[in-house]
Design a protein around this ligand. Structure first.
Ligand code: 5GP
Ligand code: ZN
Length: 111
């Protein structure tokens, strides 16, 4: 997707604070963090939303989910919140699926 900001981050066309990368996934710091630690986990392939996922996406979705605690622990969190905004009415602003992983404050933030 040529006009997708997260695809541009995957292609390193725009900078991001990348904290994890493998063949299929990338994770980077949210540009506008709502907590002490706020990461976004994305697939490198362009998938629009959880609303457009079906069973062919189960492997990539499970890999994304399992990366969340790994990164959270690496960032010193003892617990964390995971959020997936899906669709405009669900608060999604970037239409390349991403899992928010955040925590670190005594009071957990909500978007
Ligand atoms: P959504 O509302 O779609 O679930 O969340 C999109 C998130 O992406 C927001 O928390 C926003 O701060 C973050 N974001 C938007 N553009 C960029 C960017 O160019 N770089 C980074 N690192 N984060 C971004
Ligand atoms: Zn994309």
């Amino acid at each position: 997707m040529d006009d997708c900001i997260f695809c541009k981050i995957v292609k390193k066309e725009i900078p991001a604070s990348i904290v994890y990368e493998d063949d299929e996934l990338m994770a980077f710091k949210d540009i506008n963090p709502i907590d002490k630690v706020h990461l976004l986990i994305i697939p490198k392939q362009h998938i629009e939303s959880l609303l457009t996922c079906d069973p062919i996406h189960k492997d990539i979705l499970s890999k994304m989910l399992l990366l969340a605690p790994k990164l959270a622990l690496e960032f010193g969190l003892k617990g964390f919140r995971t959020m997936i905004n899906s669709g405009k009415e669900g608060g999604q602003e970037v239409f390349h699926i991403h899992f928010h992983v955040y925590g670190g404050s005594e009071r957990l933030a909500k978007i």
